[in-house]
Design a protein around this ligand. Structure first.
Ligand code: FES
Length: 160
């Protein structure tokens, strides 16, 4: 399926912000581009390549090497469910299954409406709140299969 045309003005602005020292700022520019679009659209990468005079193959090499970059559109909200030992012991698997059923996705997937991307992560350092998940930058702890549904609901549609 063809990628829809995107507005490339933000890329021009980002690259222009790096003045002449473009090559050493390539990763920062790519990060900023991803922040702008939520992922790295191919058209944006081509534009970065053109404006920064860096071969597209090199840019692809970078964005596929570093796990912080994604070429796939992400959901508006990132749900990260901790599957570390403490959360596992406290029943995170049931919580995770509930979210998967609620959103109809598996780990690593984005919902069809691009509202949510579901990920699992190792210990996020708040074991005393196990089982824990993050939605964007917020932590939610002592989750149950009931409370997790309510939390996800809060982020559905335009509520959040
Ligand atoms: S194991 Fe989940 S926060 Fe530590």
């Amino acid at each position: 399926m063809a990628e829809k045309t995107i507005d490339l003005r933000p890329v021009k602005k980002i690259v222009a912000g790096y003045g002449n020292d473009k090559d050493s700022n390539l990763i920062a520019a790519l990060q900023q581009t991803q922040d702008e679009y939520g992922y790295l659209p191919k058209q944006a990468l081509k534009e970065v390549s053109r404006l920064m005079d860096v071969p597209l193959t090199r840019i692809f090499g970078i964005v596929t090497f570093y796990s912080q970059f994604t070429l796939i559109p992400r959901g508006r909200h990132a749900i990260k469910i901790c599957t570390g030992t403490a959360c596992h012991v406290k029943g995170v698997n049931d919580v995770k299954q509930k979210v998967k059923d609620q959103l109809n996705v598996v780990e690593g997937e984005t919902t069809a409406d691009y509202q949510f991307t579901l990920e699992t992560v190792a210990c996020i350092g708040t074991c005393f709140l196990a089982p824990v998940m993050m939605v964007d930058d917020r932590y939610f702890g002592k989750l149950t299969t009931d409370t997790v549904t309510d939390i996800v609901d809060r982020y559905t549609g335009d509520n959040a």
